[in-house]
Design a protein around this ligand. Structure first.
Ligand code: XCC
Length: 627
């Protein structure tokens, strides 16, 4: 099977290595995502446009010209908006679990109850200052206060403003959100309210439901993105610029290969550290391996890569994004996959069953039918847990079959960008970057973020989109599964400056950075929001006035929906593809793509063609420059 791309060519994936592995799985009669995608065609047009309601036992109701209302009387717009709220709710719920896990680990670290220790004291003190905590306290006491502030914020009532929003959001934004009545309270209360509202016949006003989505998104921004990444930096270290590698060719058949797969980088980090001890290396050698490699996959992999300057050796590189997971296991050389939250697909089990690969759930939320190995992360036990996982991987290595097929491709990568590491590279401040934007050498910045999606072919939208943006002298900062796509296609190298327009190329050469700055995982959208806030502060304007836009060109799941609304709430043009299930609601579509700009300054751009999207984004950036 193949996806027929816009230019008429047949393509399942942008990446030669993934295509090679797809042919390899087909030859072995292994069914994978591209086959299942085809088997699902044609997909339901009602679901695709968002006008299917399955909430009550009268349903499913599907809106059509013949039946313009559901049995209860709900309109297409009500159904679409209610479905969207429910998607955003899922997103915030998963993010709040991530923050809670990190905050509890920080608390345990400060109490000496886990091997994790505070790695970035400077960041701890600066965020504590912003939150109004007593920074005269010793490090661990302050870390406890910070962790407790985050945990308390999660549990506040809906009518109690979030401390994280008050302290970390731009003042101009807080004014806008307060005026619109969408300043969120505690994340858990917001989740309860949104779930209640989106039940059968409680809140059927599409406009109010959209405002609820914005409210959830602001909670997501500060209880899911900004605070999670900030606490993660305090606990694991702030990224610094580092060289690494990406693509399936990083799998090395001579090593015990352990894959860190998901979003929450705690187990991955602990296993990476434990794998470097002589005891564990000797264990691997005694099994006949050269040693142990911890390989990155999806967002956890990006987190490990971003901080790999801190971890000396052992990080083996990034294998790819979520669509690659079955092909990664089908190399036959992956011994163990640590599945943290989220994006381990059920299809992975079927492929793993054809090989020796052990799948292990390492987060209490993650379970998969047929997977019996469970090592739920526990900060107090993580040392033993890491060793146990490595031992399981070595045992699996001993059962490895002969059917090994590893594509040879691997690309050099420059990663580790953060506000701090960029400022460090620029001599201590972001000013030189802002001057390059003011002078017009760089026209603006686009945050290209989020997942990858097979609807138009794997990574076949994000790669041409980014090439077109940099050719138009627009700096790209990237986070999420798109990062792997850009790394594999060589866009995270210094040489990629050759593909940029003359202005951006000159800046990249001068600073020695790629035209796409890797910020890491989708949680690192919080890092991007922090940089946007810092730039707006530095220039004394609101984020909505900056020549900045966001693009999630291959969004997949519910966290991305919450992220997208957050970007709109921040006042930014937000390109989203493939088209989300909103087009069945005329009013909802109009609000999201037009009217909302009057309220937040941001709006949604729906466009599936990458070159058209790049042109429209560039036009938006030019209009902001003029203003
Ligand atoms: Fe999942 Fe992050 Fe999306 Fe990738 S980017 S498909 S969520 S792994 Ni977050």
């Amino acid at each position: 099977m193949a996806v027929i791309t816009r230019d008429g060519t047949e393509l399942v994936s942008q990446h030669a290595s993934t295509r090679e592995m797809y042919e390899h799985t087909k030859a072995q009669n292994i069914t994978t995502i591209f086959d299942r995608y085809e088997a699902q065609q044609p997909q339901c047009a009602f679901g695709k446009t968002g006008v299917c309601c399955q909430l009550c036992s009268h349903g499913p109701c599907r809106i059509s010209p013949r039946a313009p209302r559901g049995i209860c009387g709900a309109t297409a717009d009500t159904i679409v908006a209610r479905n969207i709220v429910r998607l955003a709710t899922h997103g915030l719920a998963a993010y709040s679990h991530h923050l809670e896990t990190i905050a509890k680990t920080m608390l345990a670290a400060a109490e000496g109850k886990t091997p994790f220790t505070i790695q970035d004291e400077g960041k701890l003190r600066s965020v504590a200052r912003a939150l109004g905590l007593d920074t005269d306290k010793p490090t661990n006491e302050l870390a406890k206060d910070l962790a407790r502030t985050a945990l308390e914020d999660l549990r506040k009532g809906a009518d109690e403003p979030m401390t994280l929003v008050e302290a970390l959001a731009p003042e101009t934004r807080r004014e806008v959100w307060s005026r619109l009545g969408i300043l969120p309270g505690g994340a858990h209360s917001e989740l309860r309210d949104a779930l209640t509202k989106s039940m059968t016949s409680i809140n059927t006003d599409p406009v109010d439901l959209l405002m609820t989505s914005l409210r959830l998104a602001i909670a997501t921004g500060y209880a899911g993105l900004v605070s999670t990444i900030t606490l993660q930096d305090v606990l694991l270290g702030t990224p610094s610029i580092v060289k690494s590698e990406a693509d399936l060719g990083v799998v090395d058949s001579e090593y015990v290969n352990i894959v860190a797969h998901g979003h929450v980088p705690l187990v991955g980090t602990a296993v990476l550290h434990a794998s470097q001890t002589e005891e564990m290396q000797a264990l691997a050698r005694s099994a006949g391996a050269k040693g142990i490699k911890v390989l990155g996959s999806m967002c956890t992999g990006q987190e490990l890569m971003q901080r790999s300057a801190h971890s000396a050796t052992g990080f083996g590189g990034q294998t790819g994004n979520w669509i690659n997971q079955e092909y990664l296991v089908a190399t036959g050389a992956v011994d163990l996959v640590m599945m943290d939250l989220n994006c381990s697909t059920p299809g992975l089990k079927e492929v793993a069953d054809r090989f020796h690969t052990k799948l292990v759930c390492v987060d209490r939320m993650v379970r998969m039918a047929g997977v019996e190995d469970i090592v739920d992360y526990d900060p107090a036990e993580i040392d033993q847990q890491a060793r146990k996982l490595i031992k399981m991987a070595v045992e699996a290595f001993l059962r490895r079959g002969r059917r090994i097929h590893i594509p040879s491709r691997r690309k050099d990568v420059v990663a580790g960008f953060s506000a701090e590491s960029i400022a460090g590279a620029l001599g201590g401040s972001l000013r030189p970057l802002l001057e390059a934007i003011e002078d017009g050498l760089i026209r603006g910045i686009v945050a290209v973020v989020g997942c990858t999606n097979n609807r138009n072919g794997h990574d076949t939208t994000v790669v041409p989109l980014v090439k077109e943006l940099i050719a138009r002298d627009i700096l790209v900062v990237n986070a999420g599964c798109v990062s792997s796509a850009l790394q594999i296609e060589g866009l995270a190298t210094l040489d990629a400056a050759d593909l940029a327009g003359p202005g951006l190329r000159a800046v990249c050469r001068m600073l020695g950075v790629p035209p796409c700055l890797n910020f890491g995982s989708c949680v690192d959208i919080g890092r991007i929001a922090t940089v946007v806030t810092a730039i707006a502060d530095e220039m004394g304007i609101d984020p909505s006035e900056l020549p900045i836009a966001v693009s999630a060109p291959e969004y997949l799941e519910q966290k991305a929906v919450a992220d997208g609304f957050f970007a709109v709430a921040l006042g930014l043009l937000t390109h989203i593809g493939p088209t989300p299930p909103v087009t069945g609601g005329e009013l909802v579509s109009r609000i999201l793509t037009q009217d909302i700009e009057q309220l937040t300054g941001g709006r949604v751009l729906l466009e599936e063609d990458p070159l058209t999207a790049a042109r429209l984004i560039a036009e938006h950036i030019e209009s902001k420059r003029k203003a």
